[in-house]
Design a protein around this ligand. Sequence first.
Ligand code: PHE
Length: 461
Amino acid sequence: MASHNDNDTVFTSKLGVLVATLGTAVGLGNIWKFPALTGQNGGAAFVIIYIVACFALGLPLMVAEITLGRMTGKDIVSTFKELAPHRAWFIIAIFSLFSGILVIAYYSDVVGWVFTYLGKSFFGELNTTEPTIAKDIFDSVVHSAQPALTGQFITFAVIGIVLTLGVHTGIERISKILLPILTILLIGIAINNLFLEKAMAGLEFLFKPDFSKVTTRVVLEAVGLAFFKLSLGMGTLYTYGSYFPKNQNIPLVATRVMFADLAISLIAGIAIFPAVFTFNFEPTSGTSLLFITIPAVFAQIPGGTIITVLFFILTLFAALGASISLVEVSVATLIGQGCSRIQAVLIAVIGLFFIGIFATLSLTPVLSDVRIFGENIFDIYDFCSSNILMPLGGFFTALFIGYAMEKNTVTKELTNQYTLFQHSIIIQGWYFLIRYIVPILILVVLFNGLDLWNTIENIFT
Ligand code: PHE
């Protein structure tokens, strides 16, 4: 049964396209990955390498995925059914789909923690400056089944409601609400924290270029971050690309999204590190920065309770935009198989929640004993998606659009049929990157992620 939202299948304005695409890029990565990696890996030196990685790998792949999606206007599975001259390319759809499924399975657990933390901050329950108490709170949220599953359930319920509304009414409109609010809150907190006593030390940690810290590992880390930040190799940009109107300038949108996302990451760093240094905390990374250090540090700032609430609201908004795009990949695929939007959302949300439950429970006593290669299910999902499926999806996308697709078809789509631009330096440059640089860079990242260098070295020594 078709309902009105089954016809709601495109983004409707230039701003809508930009904001929705930015909504998938901006996520937890901006809040805990980027600032921490930048601080630890040489400050501005890392930012410069990250920007180079975005131009050399991130942007060309973004453009490739959006272009292929828009070419067919279909979900990722139908796109390859239509475009692939040889069935083997279908593997791209499979890799991307599964990588997106595994990411949302554990990402939704973390978004659930953010929901719980928002509730706690609201009731002043995070008001402790004592790291050990902050750690106890974290344990009670993450390592006990009931609150963690409740948070994850709420996450999927919210995503389900937004996605049921459709592409324009749901995704585009919610992005137009979430992104401005989160940006304003982030800028407000950043400005506030710049007045703290040791703000300069925090800024120095973030921005002072220290090239002595730059090693091969750091470069690989920057490349990996560009991949995750720009939501590549997971079908999201294929799917959102299929909602782009034909008059949108794809390279321009991708470039704007990349810079806006970078700006949000940098402002997040400015909001976080001056406070961390002022109160003599360690600039840790990952989940402990977000859920232990930040609440403990913000509690000491004048007006800390309200700042913590605002901080978790903005984190939630960022994480929701990214999650919505991840679930939409499955929803679009199900619609492509003949489901109505409501059916597709129900199946996707219930199915993904089911897969996610295992990740969530693996951090609690219920499933913490289940180990695969010594890792829990949460980490296995992360490892398989980030280190295997995501790079493979990106690698084959580059080969597919660079070599298998006819050049004429690709450039026509890429330039919106303007013959004048089809031989422009931008198109030539993009072709060069997507054919030669992107595949090589991804192979290096893949080898690194799987620790294949060591394996090969061991074989030959
Ligand atoms: N880019 C998002 C972030 O920074 C994560 C994400 C990856 C979202 C892939 C969608 C798809 O958190």
